[in-house]
Design a protein around this ligand. Structure first.
Ligand code: HEC
Length: 109
């Protein structure tokens, strides 16, 4: 019984960790070259109407990109940009932008 639990736990563990382990930040950096002109260096946006990507969760970014690609989220620009991206490219570029840590401080302080 105990053994069965560990085997089951092992399978669930590997399944949950799988996508994260498979991401490649270096490959994501090369995809990101086509994003930074709008989303800013390291994903810190200075362009009005364009959100920062740095420090957002990789899961959130990947979900948004899939929604743009699959037409579930509508934006003229991002629908075109996300269209050719593979699942691996989406996971990698999301991991790239998610690796940056954001620190908050109040304006003028
Ligand atoms: C030509 C400018 C432009 C380029 C290039 C661009 N984006 Fe965007 N992106 C935008 C704009 C504008 C939005 C806001 C869309 C909206 O209002 O729904 C956006 C939104 C997003 C969002 C949703 C963010 C959120 O907070 O919900 C993600 C994720 C994203 N872009 C990823 C990327 C990635 C990855 C690339 C490169 C492969 C890229 N973008 C290239 C303009 C751009």
């Amino acid at each position: 019984m105990k053994k069965a639990f560990y085997i089951l736990f092992g399978i669930v563990g590997v399944t949950l960790c799988g996508p994260t382990v498979a991401t490649n930040i270096a490959a994501g950096a090369s995809v990101a070259q086509s994003c930074v002109m709008c989303h800013g260096d390291k994903g810190i946006s200075t362009m009005a109407g364009t959100p920062s990507l740095a420090g957002q969760s990789d899961l959130y970014l990947a979900n948004q990109l899939r929604d743009f690609r699959d037409g579930k989220r509508h934006n003229e620009v991002m629908n075109v940009i996300a269209k050719p991206l593979s699942d691996a490219e989406i996971d990698n570029v999301s991991a790239y932008f998610a690796q940056f840590e954001i620190q908050l401080k109040k304006k003028g302080k």
